[in-house]
Design a binder for this molecule. Structure first.
Ligand code: 0O2
Length: 209
């Protein structure tokens, strides 16, 4: 079987997808538990939305090619951190750090890597907190660790990222007009970041009333 067909076959395989879904369910359950704990402590909602996806064969192929890596399932497993992705959209920025702290403390969660694009946004303005973890997945074959990329964003950061994804991300936007567009998007990302900070301040003010 050629490498392309092999990758397609593995990603479509029911056993592979079941194991990925197991990892997703584990993480989602933990996030729901933390959301309930915090909700009880703070007396308000913490997470607006949780969503997940298993990366498609096509997207894996494109990402490996973009990274100039050989296109194979083995390379994808080894080099890509986001074959399985879960995103939690939160109301406030400080809640993101509290959730990250709590989920990282779970004994069956191994933190592989943290990327804080909130404190250090990407040059295009992208804000998000990425936490790469491993969780155990049990089957008749035993226990295997599955890597999951968790993305944490505020509702406002998510709004920007979703529009950027539609407009620019994965596209070559060049020339003077391209630069102006990039600059404008960066500007909106800065406004959003400021708005997030102000919303947090307003919340704290209300909490002391
Ligand atoms: P898709 O289609 O969403 O899956 P690595 O250094 O290898 O750990 P990686 O994965 O190359 O890191 O890069 P990074 O920065 O951690 O990005 C991982 C994911 O974050 C991306 O996955 C996007 O989902 C999202 N992301 C990163 N940068 C941007 C950005 O500038 N704009 C938007 N809208 N999303 C971003 P994929 O596979 O690129 O895309």
């Amino acid at each position: 079987m050629g490498k392309k067909k092999e990758l397609d076959a593995v990603i479509a395989d029911v056993q592979y997808r079941t194991k990925c879904q197991y990892a997703i369910n584990t993480i989602e359950l933990k996030l729901q538990m933390i959301q309930e704990e915090l909700s009880e402590e703070y007396g308000r909602e913490i997470v607006s939305q949780i969503c997940s996806r298993i990366k498609s064969a096509d997207s894996i192929r494109k990402k490996l090619t973009r990274k100039k890596l050989p296109v194979s399932y083995e390379t994808a497993q080894e080099k890509l951190n986001d074959m399985i992705g879960v995103r939690a959209t939160c109301f406030f920025e400080d809640d993101i750090y509290e959730i990250v702290k709590r989920i990282s403390a779970h004994k069956d969660v191994t933190v592989i890597k943290e990327k804080d694009y909130i404190k250090k946004p990407k040059s295009n303005g992208y804000h998000s907190f990425h936490l790469i973890v491993e969780v155990p997945v049990y089957s008749e074959e035993g226990c295997e660790q599955k890597k999951v990329e968790l993305q944490f964003r505020t509702v406002a950061m998510d709004f920007w990222a979703k529009l950027d994804y539609q407009l620019c991300y994965k596209r070559e936007i060049s020339g003077t007009q391209g630069e102006d567009i990039q600059k404008e998007l960066r500007h909106y990302a800065e406004i959003i970041a400021k708005m997030d900070k102000n919303m947090m301040r307003i919340r704290k003010e209300i909490e002391t009333m």
